[in-house]
Design a protein around this ligand. Structure first.
Ligand code: MN
Length: 252
């Protein structure tokens, strides 16, 4: 079993030079879940990177695209799903950006969560401004899901924890007051790592999967544990998430 760290949420296809970003990640010992925002992008990414070691392909339907998502997109998603290692980015967004498309978002998210084939995959899930609604739905269907860059109320986070959901932590979260409050309450056994690159930033540049080891040192400070044991904990969490029953891996 691998002992490499995993960036569980990275928009590899949004970097100017995805191959250089992945080469650097490989050198730093980081594997990457390459999320996508729609089935068309997934298909392109699969053609380009489908056989690359250390890359786990995720098929997504981003909530902010729900208004433009037709039945044919859902059909396409389900057709390509057997070729995906993960599902994401999916979820709900009721922040200002998504308030107007609340209903189509719920329609798409509920349609995805109603599919047993979707639930056989690990999910990386967006929940901005819609945390209680997202958590409730994931718990109802017993999804094997990771809440990505969680910024919602701590009460919904508590429900997520007691229901067995996971949280992925990125370099921006360890630097913000809100992120630190969440980190203080998360059991170390439910934490995974992510970057949300290139959309999240570190200093004045977009974050990259190679920034993942730095999150370990921040967690080491917060949890008051040596970096080595934090790393071992995260690796163990990765194994438990990916080893949970239902994992459905297509042969290339
Ligand atoms: Mn994202």
């Amino acid at each position: 079993m691998t002992t490499r760290l995993l960036d569980t949420h990275c928009h590899v296809d949004a970097y100017d030079d995805p191959i250089a970003v992945l080469d650097e990640a490989t050198r730093r010992g980081v594997d990457v879940v390459a999320v996508t925002e729609d089935p068309g992008r997934f298909r392109l990414l699969r053609t380009r990177l489908g056989r690359r070691p250390g890359v786990h392909l995720a098929i997504g339907l981003h909530p902010l695209r729900a208004a433009d998502t037709a039945a044919t997109d859902l059909a396409r998603f389900l057709r390509l799903l057997p070729h995906a290692d993960w599902v994401g980015e999916i979820g709900l967004d009721f922040s200002r950006a998504g308030a107007a498309t609340r209903h189509p978002q719920i329609r798409v998210f509920d349609a995805l969560l109603a599919e047993p084939a979707v639930l056989r995959h690990p999910l990386t899930v967006h929940s901005r401004g819609a945390e209680p609604e997202t958590v409730t739905r994931l718990l109802q269907v017993k999804a094997r899901a990771v809440l990505h860059w969680y910024t919602g109320p701590l009460a919904a986070a508590e429900d997520a924890i007691s229901g067995g959901l996971w949280f992925s932590v990125n370099p921006s979260m360890v630097r913000s007051a809100r992120g630190s409050r969440l980190l203080a309450m998360l059991p170390p056994t439910r934490v995974l790592l992510e970057t949300d690159g290139p959309f999240a930033r570190v200093g004045n540049r977009p974050t990259r999967p190679s920034d993942i080891p730095a999150v370990i040192s921040h967690l080491s400070g917060i949890w008051k544990q040596p970096a080595e044991s934090v790393r071992a904990q995260i690796v163990d969490n990765q194994k438990r998430l990916l080893g949970q029953p239902g994992a459905d891996r297509a042969t290339p």
